[in-house]
Design a protein around this ligand. Structure first.
Ligand SMILES: [Zn+2]
Length: 107
């Protein structure tokens, strides 16, 4: 049975995603063994998918980077807030202690 390249090219996306029937798969494989142009077509599909995946990964990596940048900025801000709060607390304690000791001294 000879199958035209047109039919194989119709089936290639299904074959590539492994969603065609076993018979179609066997037919595509038999054709690919003898047909360079369809083999190249399949390879091109692999490459396109690879590029898409790489782009996807890059986008995801960027998103993660942005997220961690934001997170770091938030951390820094809360760290500064914490430091300010600790400083103010220390000042209040110092003032209270000073007043307390001052009162004692006066007495
Ligand atoms: Zn072919």
């Amino acid at each position: 049975m000879t199958v035209s390249c047109e039919i194989i090219k119709d089936l290639l996306p299904l074959y590539h995603d492994d969603v065609c029937s076993r018979d179609s798969k066997a037919m595509v494989e038999a054709h690919l063994a003898n047909c360079e142009s369809c083999k190249a077509e399949l390879q091109a599909m692999d490459e396109v998918l690879l590029i898409n995946n790489t782009e996807q990964n890059l986008k995801e990596a960027d998103a993660v980077k942005n997220l961690s940048k934001k997170w770091k900025r938030g951390m820094l801000r809360s760290l500064l807030k914490g430091a300010l709060f600790a400083f103010l607390t220390a000042v209040i304690i110092a003032v209270v202690l000073y007043m307390f000791i001052g009162i004692k001294i006066v007495r």
